[in-house]
Design a protein around this ligand. Structure first.
Ligand code: PGA
Length: 261
């Protein structure tokens, strides 16, 4: 499988934005913008807040909109006395397809570690959903020429001991922390270099067929005007989009420009 055969995945991470009413509105507008040709070329997912998942799921089902439903986080236990948490089972029952795991904001503000990320990843896979596992270096790490080392360590900690099939079907999002929400996108060359390095790590751990199958997204200030150059890179198979995914027109442009890979 090469870059030309892996179907790109463009995901909108809405973070703590959009009430369930706003979310319905945005998905309705997005569904009017996207065309069959977009869905044929690109998988599209939206990741609303937990409070909006049910409303968006109902809309996607009722109108048969081929946008996949995603969550932004999950806990690793199936059920129990874990006040405030949401289980993989609860998400799977809502037809959630993709779950973001280990986003840098969770690592930074909510104390997630490589270990908790690994547990969540396994829980998502165990519930039959696809994890989008986020990795990425800080600016300090990049400036100290330690980006590759950091990201390699994150990928290894998250994936080691998983089965070939699980890893082949999952998504890794390379999101340099200094590029998130800052307007400073990594250059397509830098993003490609790190996504290529991630694929090489997957190859070392699981062998070439798994490395060739896993999808690797880039995330960090993706916009309509930079998506095409990013997706033209051989190891970049889509994008995890924050700010620009909140607006259906902008996100629609990203999907449409992204499909001209
Ligand atoms: P951004 O966020 O597109 O607003 O930089 C990306 C992300 O955090 O996934």
């Amino acid at each position: 499988m090469s870059g030309a055969t892996r179907k790109p995945l463009i995901s909108g991470n809405w973070k703590m934005h959009h009430t369930h009413l706003d979310a319905i509105n945005v998905v309705q507008k997005l569904s009017l913008i996207l065309r069959d040709s977009d869905y044929q070329a690109v998988d599209v997912s939206v990741h609303p807040a937990f409070t909006a998942l049910r409303s968006v799921q109902t809309l996607l089902d009722a109108d048969q909109i081929p946008i996949a439903l995603g969550a932004q986080d999950v806990y690793w236990e199936q059920k129990g006395a874990f006040t405030g948490e949401v289980s993989p089972l609860m998400l799977a029952k809502l037809n959630v397809d993709y779950v973001i795991v280990g986003h840098s904001e969770r690592r930074q503000h909510f104390g997630e570690t490589d270990e908790t990320v690994a547990r969540k990843l396994r829980a998502v896979l165990g519930a039959g959903m696809v994890p989008i596992c986020c990795v990425g270096e800080t600016l300090t790490e990049r400036e100290a020429d330690r980006a590759r080392e950091r990201v390699t360590a994150q990928v290894t900690a998250a994936l080691q001991d998983l089965g070939d099939e699980a890893v082949s079907g999952m998504v890794i999002a390379y999101e340099p922390i200094w590029a998130i929400g800052t307007g400073h996108t990594a250059t397509p060359g830098d993003a490609q270099e790190m996504c290529g390095a991630i694929r090489a790590v997957v190859g070392d751990l699981f062998g070439p067929p798994v490395a060739a199958a896993v999808r690797i997204q880039y995330g960090g200030s993706v916009k309509p005007d930079n998506i095409a150059d990013l997706l033209a890179q051989p190891d970049i198979d889509g994008a995890l989009v924050g700010g620009a995914s909140l607006d259906p027109e902008q996100f629609g442009h990203i999907v449409s420009y992204g499909r001209k890979r």
